[in-house]
Design a protein around this ligand. Structure first.
Ligand code: ZN
Ligand code: ZN
Length: 116
């Protein structure tokens, strides 16, 4: 899915209690991202691999509570966000497109055919 250029996050909220991130978008959408799913989907070369090399994170990786605690978020240019995790990991750039494509709200999950 290509995002129109004018869609960008307007604000975000770290929900420590439920371990999820909420992002409000300029088109009015509010996306939901459980910390653990975000961390597992880290797109950096170390986690996801690069150039045919396997990364160190896959569907079975067990994370420590620190590794899935979202500490802060930083904007990267005008196309993505970089989370800093409790263990100091902060090399993953999550593009806006990627974030919207992995939104865990009911509407998005239904649109991707993921609801039971
Ligand atoms: Zn990573
Ligand atoms: Zn959504």
């Amino acid at each position: 899915m290509r995002l129109p250029n004018d869609i960008a996050p307007t604000s975000y909220l770290l929900d420590e209690e439920n371990a999820q991130l909420f992002i409000s978008w300029s088109d009015g959408h509010e996306s939901i991202h459980p910390y653990a799913a975000l961390r597992r989907g880290c797109p950096c070369a170390w986690c996801a691999g690069e150039g045919g090399q396997k990364g160190s994170v896959d569907a079975n990786t067990a994370f420590t509570p620190e590794q899935t605690r979202l500490y802060e978020l930083q904007m990267v240019g005008r196309y993505g966000l970089t989370p800093t995790w409790g263990d100091g990991h902060h090399t993953g750039i999550y593009t806006y497109e990627r974030l919207r494509a992995t939104c865990a709200c009911d509407d998005c999950r239904r649109a991707r055919g993921e609801t039971r």
